[in-house]
Ligand binder design. Structure first.
Ligand SMILES: Nc1ncnc2c1ncn2[C@@H]1O[C@H](COP(=O)(O)OP(=O)(O)OP(=O)(O)O)[C@@H](O)[C@H]1O
Ligand SMILES: [Mg+2]
Ligand SMILES: [Zn+2]
Length: 160
């Protein structure tokens, strides 16, 4: 039964998104967050990336989830850390020759450097100084290490 269910899920998914030969499948993205994941990957507007996105599909584990499939590309540690911030249950599957070559979860980092913009316009990290933004990750948001501003909601709009 478990296998039958699993096959069913895979087949269903294959109707939505094509199999890829090499690249990355970001699975178990929080429902509705796929486009924010795509933004984190730096993909916007006109693109030459081969990308499939499925949003709000049924998942045995999560109720609903989103999936992003990206051909011929593996993610940097920085990109994975940013994805963790908006989808802590995401799974990163590296695909080689059509098979899952490696599967790993994401981890919320304790310190975020350079990928989030401080909401305080007067913050030194928003000046022309060659300073990377730095945030401590708190249970309920992010705190700027330069000016103590806290971002508690709509994190995505602050991701650089
Ligand atoms: N060649 C491929 N092209 C596109 N997507 C793939 C390919 N191989 C696997 N996937 C997708 O990658 C994800 C992980 O595949 P896997 O076979 O490990 O599924 P799973 O056993 O359901 O994994 P999990 O236990 O993480 O949910 C699934 O969403 C699957 O559809
Ligand atoms: Mg699965
Ligand atoms: Zn600041």
């Amino acid at each position: 039964m478990k296998n039958a269910q699993k096959t069913g899920e895979a087949e269903h998914e294959d109707l939505l998104v094509r199999r890829i030969m090499n690249g990355t499948v970001i699975d178990h993205i929080d429902a509705g967050e796929a486009l924010n994941v795509v933004k984190i990957l730096g993909i916007a507007g006109t693109t030459t990336e081969a990308l499939s996105i499925a949003t709000n599909v049924m998942s045995g584990q999560m109720g609903k989830k989103d999936i992003v499939k990206l051909s011929n590309r593996e993610l940097s540690k920085d990109e994975v850390n940013r994805i963790a911030l908006i989808s802590p249950r995401a799974t990163i599957n590296i695909i080689r020759n059509f098979k899952v070559y490696q599967k790993k979860g994401v981890e919320i980092p304790t310190l975020i450097e350079g990928s989030v913009r401080c909401p305080n316009p007067g913050c030194i990290s928003n000046t022309n100084e060659p300073i990377k933004s730095k945030f401590a990750v708190l249970p309920n948001g992010l705190r700027c290490l330069y000016c103590d501003s806290v971002i508690t909601k709509d994190l995505t709009s602050h991701i650089i």
